[in-house]
Design a protein around this ligand. Structure first.
Ligand SMILES: Cc1cc2nc3c(=O)[nH]c(=O)nc-3n(C[C@H](O)[C@H](O)[C@H](O)COP(=O)(O)OP(=O)(O)OC[C@H]3O[C@@H](n4cnc5c(N)ncnc54)[C@H](O)[C@@H]3O)c2cc1C
Ligand SMILES: NC(=O)c1ccc[n+]([C@@H]2O[C@H](COP(=O)([O-])OP(=O)(O)OC[C@H]3O[C@@H](n4cnc5c(N)ncnc54)[C@H](O)[C@@H]3O)[C@@H](O)[C@H]2O)c1
Length: 499
């Protein structure tokens, strides 16, 4: 059997694998991209793009059905099948762009390398060979270097069998035939809260959300968790705080869900669909890790170093990027790592891999964005900080939009240096606002560095400007006049550490 040879072989075409492959052709390399399922991985299908398409559509619907804006739409109705069709059009559009680029670079040119896409399951035979197995055939592929970018899948819930019809996870959303009348979402992290937002926006489904703790998105500070909880409830979501799932009994026409609360009482509810969203686990089974001597961490991820190598850089030809790496499971992290590996291999590394400025966008109602440290993280690390909060209800643009629900919260170090440590933004355009502070975190910026920036009017970003002014007691609107809307406080550990 003849073996095709490549400079770089990438397992998985999600954000991590695709970005690595595309960066490698910039360096004139021959690349083989192996994909077992959907081109684009969870970055496109059953993941980031499809869920965001669904969120956007649900938000439009929710705005159209509102009655507080001087208009009242009549005859408004929504059809799940049509919604699904629109989402699939979005996914298809993106996949066709990816395919078009792959086809454009099928042959090498003087300046660029070339890329070959193979559909099939990739598995290491040895450290320079993988087997690619599809329904039609099995072939061997040789590579000088490899990147494992096989992503993640939903974490199974003990004793809950996913049938992807009535008991689904995020991979089964597209299998639903219509809006369920009643639904429970198990897990109140980002995916759980995003789908609770989406289904409650459509107002066709009675949405229950199981939250094992007191607050949803438990890793965030209490003010943000409470804000998200309150808004979900205002949108009609029934949140079962401090509840654990005992079991789901499948009846012919409904599911019987038994919940046990921390205070000892239990509740039985009836729903039509249960959606499990309790985290994601890496796809590392049956890819031949044992044939290349790579071990997994206690948490099941790949043990990678500062350049995403699975061993000492000079001795290593197997790298890992994206959700398998054990870093935050975000599209941008996968892209960053994938591109970084290629630059480490074929280019000159100009800066170390930096995760401190990675923003997380959460598509709730309203949207929420996070970058850098929050109060919980500062306190855990013993970092003294000051924190200012500024409500959107004082920001003219938000007032004009009639969308005053939200706030800006910025944290700076309280060590005389005033270094920007983190920001949380909730409200319209939060996803755009976060990048200015993310940039300051990358640049190790201080309050002094950014206070000269003048923000245009009327913009939501004026809230960031005012929030920064609060630290120096120079804001136009004052905490004394609006104690509930503008806040400044500080925290110091007993033993102070450097930020
Ligand atoms: C519902 C949902 C919403 C999300 N929303 C966001 C968001 O708004 N913003 C954000 O930043 N992140 C979001 N994420 C997370 C984001 O999608 C992931 O972090 C990202 O897709 C991970 O990229 P990756 O390349 O590591 O893996 P993946 O995207 O999972 O891609 C891995 C690919 O590898 C393939 N593969 C697996 N094993 C093999 C094998 N042996 N051989 C060949 N191919 C293989 C898989 O089929 C898959 O296509 C969301 C995730 C979900 C599930
Ligand atoms: N907008 C975005 O950036 C975005 C959107 C969706 C997903 N993602 C990524 O996908 C990853 C997975 O999302 P997720 O929401 O599934 O995970 P998550 O880690 O954000 O949240 C999981 C939730 O499930 C709860 N949980 C865990 N085990 C449970 C159990 N047995 N019973 C009840 N609750 C349980 C946890 O307490 C937590 O609240 C995230 O870490 C995130 O990085 C990102």
């Amino acid at each position: 059997m003849s073996i095709e040879k490549y400079d770089l072989v990438v397992l998985g075409s999600g954000p991590a694998g695709f970005s690595a492959a595309m960066r490698a052709i910039d360096f004139g390399k021959s690349v083989c991209l192996v994909e077992a399922q959907h081109l684009g991985g969870a970055g496109i299908m059953n993941g980031a793009l499809t869920s965001k398409a669904m969120w956007e559509l649900s938000r439009d619907y929710s705005i159209a059905s509102s009655v507080m804006r001087g208009y009242r739409a009549s005859g408004l109705n929504v059809d799940y099948k049509q919604v699904q069709k629109t989402i699939m059009q979005a996914a298809k559009q993106k996949q066709l762009q990816m395919l078009s680029q792959i086809e454009t670079y099928a042959e090498p040119t003087e300046k660029f390398g070339n890329i070959t896409l193979k559909h099939g399951w990739g598995k290491f035979i040895d450290s320079h060979t993988i087997e690619v197995k599809s329904e039609k055939n099995t072939e061997l592929v040789h590579g000088d270097n490899f990147i494992i970018a096989t992503g993640s899948r939903p974490r199974p819930m003990p004793d809950v069998e996913i049938d992807q019809e009535r008991i689904i996870d995020s991979e089964g959303i597209m299998n639903l035939k219509e809006f369920p009348e009643r639904m429970i979402i198990l897990g109140s992290g980002i995916i759980g809260c995003e789908f609770a937002t989406i289904f409650s926006n459509y107002n066709q489904t009675e949405v229950h959300l199981l939250d094992r703790q007191h607050k949803v998105i438990p890793y965030e500070d209490d003010d943000l968790s409470s804000f998200v909880s309150k808004n979900l409830e205002n949108n009609g979501v029934i949140i079962h705080h401090t509840a654990n799932l005992r079991c789901i009994r499948k009846r012919p026409d409904f599911l019987e869900v038994v919940l046990d609360y921390q205070d000892g009482h239990s509740k039985v509810i009836e729903v039509d669909v249960a959606l499990v969203a309790i985290g994601r686990i890496p796809n590392l089974d049956n890819i031949g890790l044992e044939n290349v001597g790579i071990e997994r961490t206690d948490r099941g991820y790949l043990n990678i170093n500062e350049v995403c190598a699975t061993d000492d850089f000079k001795a290593c030809n197997v790298f890992a990027a994206g959700d398998v790496s054990g870093h935050a499971q975000l599209y941008s992290v996968g892209e960053l790592q994938g591109r970084y590996i290629v630059e480490a291999l074929y280019g000159n590394l100009e800066y170390p891999l930096d995760y401190s400025n990675m923003s997380t966008l959460m598509f709730f109602k309203p949207e929420v964005a996070a970058v850098g440290l929050n109060e919980k993280a500062c306190q855990k690390r013993g970092i003294p900080y000051k924190v200012a909060t500024y409500s959107n209800s004082l920001v003219n643009r938000a007032v004009a939009m009639r969308a005053i629900d939200g706030f800006i919260k910025i944290i700076v170090s309280d060590d005389g240096k005033d270094r920007i440590l983190g920001m949380r933004a909730a409200g319209p355009q939060a996803s755009t606002l976060i990048t200015s502070i993310a940039y300051q975190i990358t640049q190790k910026g201080t309050l002094k560095d950014i206070r000269q920036n003048v923000h245009p009017h009327p913009s939501i970003s004026e809230g960031v400007q005012e929030c920064l002014r609060v630290f120096e007691e120079k804001s136009i609107y004052k905490p004394k006049a609006f104690p509930d809307l503008i806040k400044l406080k500080s925290w110091k550990p007993e033993k102070v550490k450097e930020a």
